[in-house]
Design a binder for this molecule. Structure first.
Ligand SMILES: C[S@@+](CC[C@H](N)C(=O)[O-])C[C@H]1O[C@@H](n2cnc3c(N)ncnc32)[C@H](O)[C@@H]1O
Length: 224
């Protein structure tokens, strides 16, 4: 077994599915999936260090949409990292990314037997209110979004959250500074100021979580 898979099974709360192990066992393929989700220059371990803390905000089974899902690898990873069963959906403004996401989920199925590749559509966050036109549900238990940089985008994302669900907004740094270094701390302050600016504009967040693994990423979330 490679170091990579050993690390996965030691540190994860549950073992990876064989299908996921197949995806990440080949380091070149894993790197291409990671980079296809904008985690440039990193391998699977770097990816997990950078994104796994998002899974801690998932507090029940249900549906999740990633607005700006890129190649879908974050959703696929959250399915493995979360303790809860997640049905993934995604939209992205880029047709190429949606093609990649559909390919990633091709012939993977939900409990009702639907091919999950049908859960992805090329759409912009501005069209979030018309997801029905893309044959996607109107609301979700979890809405993940890294592009809620303005109050308008925040409100579009919020509309997609089912009552009792959660809006989870990711704010990513450049992920290139050593843990605890002045660069990393400065970057974190910059991201926290972005959240503060959204709050000043009337956006509501119930909590802010900093990545405990040190990469300059934070999450602001709202319980609905
Ligand atoms: C940084 S990537 C995030 C990928 C993944 N969600 C993650 O967190 O790892 C941002 C994605 O948002 C998409 N995007 C940018 N503007 C968008 C818009 N207005 N509507 C939908 N997607 C958009 C980009 O094409 C890109 O794939």
């Amino acid at each position: 077994m490679s170091n990579l898979l050993e690390l996965g099974s030691q540190n994860n709360r549950k073992a990876y599915s064989p299908q996921f192990e197949n995806l990440i066992v080949d380091e070149k393929r894993a790197k291409s999936l990671v980079e296809g989700s904008f985690c440039i220059g990193h391998n699977y371990i770097g990816w997990r260090t950078s994104r796994q803390f998002i899974a801690d905000l998932i507090n029940k089974p249900g549906t999740i949409i990633d607005i700006g899902c890129a190649n879908g690898f974050l959703l696929r990873s959250l399915q493995e990292w979360s303790d809860f069963e997640l049905i993934p959906y995604g939209i992205d403004i880029s047709e190429l990314h949606i093609r990649q996401a559909k390919k990633l989920f091709f012939q993977t199925y939900d409990q009702a037997g639907h091919d999950l590749s049908g859960n992805f559509a090329c759409a912009s966050i501005e069209e979030a209110a018309w997801l029905g036109g893309h044959r996607l549900p109107a609301q979700y238990d979890f809405v993940y979004c890294t592009i809620a940089h303005t109050r308008t985008a925040y409100e579009e994302a919020l509309k997609l959250v089912r009552p009792g669900g959660r809006l989870i907004c990711g704010f990513y740094g450049r992920n290139e500074y050593a843990v605890g270094s002045p660069g990393q701390l400065e970057e974190k302050q910059l991201l926290l100021r972005r959240v503060a600016r959204l709050k000043e504009q009337g956006c509501v967040f119930d909590g802010v979580v900093e990545n405990p693994f040190g990469t300059g990423h934070i999450i602001a979330w709202r319980q609905c």
